[in-house]
Structure formats: structure tokens, C-alpha cells
Design a binder for this molecule. Structure first.
Ligand SMILES: Nc1ncnc2c1ncn2[C@@H]1O[C@H](COP(=O)(O)OP(=O)(O)O)[C@@H](O)[C@H]1O
Ligand SMILES: [Mg+2]
Length: 705
């Protein structure tokens, strides 16, 4: 078992005594029987055969590679590495000094060249083998000389383990056939199994020494781990790498911008993935704001204690688009006012269904005048202002010339059924860790305008206070419908980094998104991209945009729910999003699951109230029972006073000992009657009365307080 000695060093032997039989001291016996690590992990016996190592319940056989082809393709070794068999591989790479290598090559070149000339002088036809060798050698010599390549001695050994000869044979055949299809040949290390095994165990000892010479380029193709790992030691778990089952752990705030896009067909898990990210991100002191057109994030908000604002015509939550942010140190009030006027013009363009250049100018002027009406100028202190409302704007507008149609169009927002929407002061506070704005109940015509107002409101809040934030815009194609909303989303993507804000854009309408110049700009400004299941037509568009290979395109077409390709910076991996059971209960939008969860919630509430009722009843019963017993024992019986007056009480006895009272209790005395029993009753003292009153009070408290 010399290899075990190599591994662990041999146990101490009693060497000075040699072979002579000398008395053995008890302490020596103890020492030789010491139980060490090698005793625990080593097989009880080991047989070294010419063709294999017999480890008792396993057989191990070591092979080495004896020949490689002229060309090695990339990644040729990974089918072996990924083989579902038990084996160990060692790759030894010994660099050769370039000068020595060049000298050897020179000799070799001279040899080949002389063979060629010998053939020529004999008038024989040219030998292509020699020509190829000559050309190869020459180009290798060039690259060695220019230090583009280096030479190495490479040994590649594989040890296969199996339970029996048959299994070993099968595995050997499988590995051999994979390699031989690539013209790489293996041989078992005959009569060298022990050396072979010693070379493969991870101690870095190349005892077998079967080497081939290789230069850097083919050598690099041996490296078996070509699938990317996206595991960093910081961040949140996005999912499992489908190539190698490693975890994709990642921090979006470590990239050059913090934005992400998710593209997928409806129902492939976009919102699920995002909700999972939110749930995990919230653990890292990040505030999350969601614009949710589907009312999907309600449960999540409830579960994490966030706020949920339902923006609709009938909602009690309002946002006044005329609000002005308080300027930060690097801005003036004038900047804020100007920016807000431009935003408002954009909003009116959406609300009024487009503006001509003249109308644009009129609206612009009317907005400035509306602010002026409320004494708001670039010189004002925005901390103590009362922002105007839409009706103020309407009033100003109607006082201007040539604005009749505009006023008419506007009136539906100020007087009509939609007046409750924006013609109100803001009453929404987003100073919370998790905020959701739902616009599902908003009329479709107003959805884009509502999303525009909400995003502006969020943007103002974001700029007010620097904080790590994530803004999620689900179903972002709503915002791509108008150029104003699209360009605003893009400007958030572009400027968010400065404010520590990540923008997560989620959309199913890839074609429309990519048609908009802002859509493409948002994609290029997102360091993280997650492509999930696609329809054939959007797969084409994505293939062009993301430079996908055909295989990647097919992967997207065939992806299941929660699967896709995840891009982070320059790396990309095939990802599967996996949630824990608890997480899934919070974020699922599967209607059957949602119904089941709702039902179990209701059941829980009911059973809680039922058990509270039962508890109350139990206490009430206990209380009345206790009162009855105590009344019976404290108060003299109603009839008793007449029959037995005051004499009964005063006999003060010693309280019975434990044994006595035990006997009392179990004494079966058919003759005993009420009187004798009451005689034996412990007399009531002042003290015991007091404790009874206490006990009653306790019970009452339990029940009612
Ligand atoms: N990774 C996942 N694991 C388990 N269920 C998922 C996963 N992703 C999505 N689902 C389920 O698939 C359904 C559709 O997901 P959803 O996120 O609503 O799709 P999308 O937003 O793309 O339309 C939901 O019922 C959701 O619970
Ligand atoms: Mg969704």
C-alpha cells in the first residue's frame, strides 16, 4: 500500500529492532493500533493486478492517452467530463523551454527536409506526408520564435471505477468510443496500475510519465469547463445554470448600469421571475417600486408589508401632475420648473391625442401662466407652495385666444367622468420599502397617461433622496405606445445610475418594443437581459438584436416556463428560475393556486375565530364551575344553618398529612354520608378565602381581559 504512504506518510514503525523477536511493550501495542485517518478511508485490502487495482468492492483501472490528431476541436474533452460515470482525470502540463524545443525542431526540420530532397533526387513523386510535416514544423517554429506559442509535455490520465469487470468494460468502451471518434487514442496502463493510480489521485505526482508534446493552441482545447459560470459571492440567486447546474448568483448593482429587460411570451414566467427577484432583493436594503398593469403584485405587497396604490377613476389615491419637486443642491428651482413644464406638455400630448406645433406652444405658455397664477416662479421656494390643479390650468387656457378646441378636449378630464383622476391634489406617499402602483382598473385609454404620471411622480421621488432602488415596469409595452412615455422610460434607463436606480423593464411584445427607437435604446442601456420562451416571429427579431446563434434561438423556442437565456454584461447562461415553496405561494399568479391560497387563508381565519370562540366558552365554563365549587365549599349550605348552627365551623384541625388525605380519598366507605364528609372538610381560614378570591379574579381576567 505504498500509495497510501505517499498520501499520508507511513505510520511510525519500530525500526530499530529490525526483524529480531524482542519483547513488545504494551504501549507499543497501543501505538501500532492507533486509529488514524488512513485506516478510516483506506480499503481493508488491495490487490494490484497487471490490468487493474482490486479495491474489494470496486475495481479501478487507469488509462493514458497515447495519441492525438493533427487538429483538436474546441471543447472535445467536455463530453467525457460530463459523462454520468465515476472516474477521475488528471492532466499534467510540463512546460518545455522554448530554446530547447527550437533546437529539437531544427534537427527534425533538417531530417524532414533531407528526406524530401532525397526523394526528389531519386526522381520519386512528392510525399504529401513529408510536405505537411515540413509545413507544420516551419509554422510552429515561427510562432515559437515569435513567442506566440509555447511547447508543453502533456500527460492525460483517466482512472475508471466500477463494481465489476463487466461494468468497467462498458464504461471503458463508452469513453474510448467518444475519444476515438475524435481520433484520440487511449491505452490501459498495463503493469503500471499502481503508478497510474498514484498519478491520478489529486496530489500532483506524475509518476506514469506518458507524455505528448503539444503547443499552446491545441492544449487550450483540453480545458473542459467551457460553459460559463455566473456565480459571484455577492448578490441574489437568479436561478440555476442549465448547462452545469451551478447557481447564478448576481448583483445587478455591480454592473455598469442597473437596468434589466425581460422578454417573453405571455405566461412564460416574466412576472414570476421579477417577483422572485423583488422578494430576494428586498432582503438587501433595496427599495422597490412597481408599476403593475395587471394587479399581480398585490399578494407580494401584502406579504412583505408594502403599500399598494390602486390608480383608477374611482380610487382615493391621486397624483397631481403639477407637483414640483424640491430642488436638490445641484439644481435651481428654475430647472425643476422648466423640466416639469416640458413633462406636462408631454402629458397633455398624450391626454389630448397629439398636439400641433401651435397648440404645443399655447399649452407651454398656459402651463407657465398657471404656475404664475399660484405665485410659482423660478424664484419661489418650492417647499411652501401649493401646486395648481388641472382645473386652474383649464381656467388659464380658456382665457387665451384660439384655445376653444383644446379647452373642449380638456373638459372631460376636469368636469367629465374622468375628473376624479388627475384633478386632485396628491395624496400618495411612497416613503416605504415596497410600493406598488396598479393601473389595471384604469380605463385602457387612460392607462398610458396614468403610467406617465406615475413614472414622473416616482422619478421626482427618486431624485429627492438618494437610495438603492429598483423600479419595475411590468407590461412595459403600454409605455411604448406613445413616444412621450417611451422616451421617458428611456431617459430613466439612461439617468437612473446616477440616482442608484435600477430599471426592470418587462414586456411580451418584442416586435413592437424593438420597432421603437426608444425600445432598442432601453435594451442597449440594460446590462442584464433575460430572454425567455418566444414565439417564432419574436425569436427572429431577438436573434438579430442579441446576436443569438441558431441553437440559442431554438433554445428560446423550446424553453419551458421559467427558463431562458440570461445575459449579464458579456456573459450569458441558460437559466432556470426556481422558487422555494414559500416564495411560490407568495408570488404565483396561477389562478388555481391563487384560489387555493385564498381558500386556505379564509379557512385559517375561520378556524382561528372558531378556536377563539371555543376557548372563550371553555373559560366561561371553567369560571362558572369554579364559582359553583367555591360557593359550595365556602358558603354554608342554605339548609345547613338551621340544622347545624355556628358550632360546626370552629373545630380547628391539623391539616391532614399526605398519606391521610390519600387514604381519605380512596377509602371506600359505603357508610360514609354527607355529614361525615363535611366534617372532614378542611375548615376555611381567612387565608384560604383570600386565595380563592384571587383565583376567581385570575379566571375572570383570562376570560374577559
Ligand atoms: N419559475 C417558475 N416556477 C414555477 N412556476 C412558474 C415559474 N414561472 C412562472 N410560473 C407560473 O407560470 C404562470 C405564468 O407566469 P407569469 O409570471 O404570470 O407569466 P408572464 O408574466 O410571463 O405572463 C404563473 O402561474 C406562474 O405561477
Ligand atoms: Mg406578467
Amino acid at each position: 500500500m505504498s500509495f497510501l504512504d505517499t498520501l499520508f506518510g507511513s505510520k511510525k514503525k519500530n525500526t530499530d529492532n529490525g526483524e529480531a523477536a524482542l519483547p513488545v511493550l504494551p504501549s507499543e501495542i497501543y501505538e501500532s493500533a492507533l486509529f488514524e485517518l488512513q485506516d478510516r478511508i483506506a480499503p481493508s485490502a488491495l490487490k494490484v493486478d497487471p490490468k487493474s487495482l482490486d479495491l474489494g468492492d470496486k475495481i479501478a483501472r487507469t488509462y493514458f492517452v497515447i495519441s492525438y490528431p493533427r487538429f483538436l476541436t474546441d471543447n472535445w474533452f467536455s463530453p467525457i467530463i460530463n459523462l454520468d460515470k465515476i472516474f477521475d482525470v488528471s492532466i499534467f502540463i510540463h512546460p518545455i523551454d522554448t530554446v530547447t524545443a527550437l533546437r529539437q525542431f531544427q534537427k527534425k526540420v533538417a531530417e524532414v527536409q533531407s528526406q524530401i530532397t532525397a526523394r526528389e533526387s531519386k526522381g520519386l513523386v512528392r510525399d504529401p506526408l513529408l510536405d505537411t510535416a515540413f509545413a507544420d514544423l516551419e509554422s510552429l517554429r515561427d510562432s515559437l520564435q515569435q513567442a506566440q506559442e509555447k511547447m508543453f509535455e502533456v500527460g492525460l490520465y483517466i482512472t475508471i471505477y466500477a463494481s465489476n469487470e463487466n461494468e468497467l468494460y462498458k464504461t471503458e468502451n463508452e469513453i474510448k468510443s467518444i475519444l476515438e471518434s475524435k481520433l484520440i487514442y487511449l491505452k490501459p496502463a498495463l503493469f503500471q496500475q499502481e503508478d497510474g493510480f498514484n498519478s491520478v489521485i489529486p496530489i500532483g505526482n506524475d509518476i506514469l510519465g506518458v507524455h505528448q508534446k503539444m503547443n499552446s493552441e491545441p492544449l487550450s482545447s483540453i480545458f473542459p469547463f467551457t460553459s460559463f459560470d455566473l456565480t459571484s459571492n455577492k448578490g441574489i440567486l437568479y436561478g440555476v445554470n442549465r448547462h452545469n447546474s451551478s447557481l447564478v448568483i448576481f448583483d445587478r448593482y455591480s454592473l455598469e448600469n442597473y437596468n434589466s429587460v425581460i422578454f417573453a411570451k405571455s405566461g412564460s414566467g416574466k412576472s414570476f421571475t421579477t417577483k422572485l427577484e423583488i422578494l430576494r432583493t428586498l432582503m438587501f436594503d433595496t427599495s422597490v417600486i412597481v408599476i403593475d398593469p395587471e394587479k399581480e403584485y398585490l399578494y407580494l405587497a401584502e406579504a412583505v408589508g408594502g403599500r399598494y396604490f390602486n390608480i383608477s377613476l374611482s380610487s382615493e389615491h391621486h397624483i397631481n401632475p403639477f407637483d414640483l419637486a424640491i430642488p436638490r443642491d445641484d439644481e435651481t428651482a428654475g430647472d425643476i420648473l422648466r423640466a416639469n413644464i416640458i413633462n406636462l406638455v408631454g402629458l397633455f400630448r398624450i391626454m389630448l391625442g397629439g398636439l400641433t406645433p401651435e397648440e404645443d406652444a399655447i399649452i407651454d405658455r398656459a402651463i407657465s401662466e398657471t404656475y404664475a397664477l399660484k405665485d410659482i416662479t423660478p424664484e419661489s421656494d418650492f417647499a411652501n407652495i401649493e401646486p395648481p390643479l388641472l382645473s386652474d390650468f383649464e381656467m388659464v387656457l380658456s382665457g387665451m385666444d384660439g384655445t376653444d378646441t383644446l379647452v373642449q378636449k380638456l373638459s372631460k378630464y376636469t368636469h367629465g367622468s374622468w375628473s376624479s383622476f388627475i384633478n386632485q391634489p396628491t395624496n400618495v406617499d411612497i416613503n416605504q420599502k415596497f410600493i406598488v402602483f396598479s393601473v389595471r382598473d384604469m380605463e385602457d385609454e387612460l392607462k398610458t397617461a396614468a403610467m406617465y404620471i406615475v413614472t414622473h411622480f416616482i422619478w421626482n421621488a427618486v431624485r429627492k433622496e438618494l437610495k438603492k432602488r429598483l423600479l419595475v415596469v411590468d407590461e412595459a409595452w403600454w409605455m411604448m405606445k406613445s413616444d412621450d412615455t417611451a422616451s421617458f422610460l428611456y431617459s430613466i434607463a439612461k439617468r437612473g445610475r446616477k440616482y442608484y436606480l435600477g430599471l426592470a423593464t418587462i414586456t411580451q411584445d418584442v416586435e413592437d418594443f424593438m420597432k421603437s427607437p426608444y425600445g432598442i435604446a432601453i435594451v442597449t442601456n440594460s446590462s442584464m437581459q433575460f430572454l425567455m420562451k418566444q414565439s417564432p416571429s419574436s425569436a427572429e427579431v431577438l436573434q438579430k438584436t442579441f446576436n443569438l446563434t441558431d441553437e440559442e434561438k431554438y433554445l428560446l423556442l423550446e424553453s419551458g416556463v421559467g427558463e431562458g437565456i440570461f445575459f449579464a454584461g458579456l456573459k450569458h447562461v441558460a437559466l432556470k428560475v426556481i422558487a422555494s415553496h414559500t416564495e411560490e405561494q407568495i408570488i404565483t399568479s396561477d389562478p388555481s393556486q391563487v384560489l387555493a391560497i385564498e381558500k386556505s387563508k379564509k379557512d385559517l381565519l375561520q378556524s382561528e375565530s372558531a378556536s377563539a370562540e371555543a376557548q372563550k366558552e371553555k373559560y366561561a365554563k371553567e369560571l362558572t364551575e369554579a364559582v359553583r365549587i367555591r360557593e359550595e365549599s365556602i358558603l354554608p349550605k342554605k339548609e345547613e344553618p338551621q340544622e347545624q348552627p355556628a358550632i360546626e365551623v370552629p373545630v380547628v384541625q391539623e391539616p391532614p398529612t399526605l398519606e391521610e388525605s390519600f387514604e381519605e380519598t380512596f377509602k371506600e366507605d359505603p357508610l360514609s354520608d354527607e355529614d361525615t364528609q363535611s366534617d372532614k372538610k378542611e375548615p376555611e381560614t381567612e387565608e384560604s378565602k383570600h386565595s380563592i378570591a384571587d383565583e376567581l379574579k385570575d379566571l375572570e381576567e383570562k376570560l374577559f381581559g
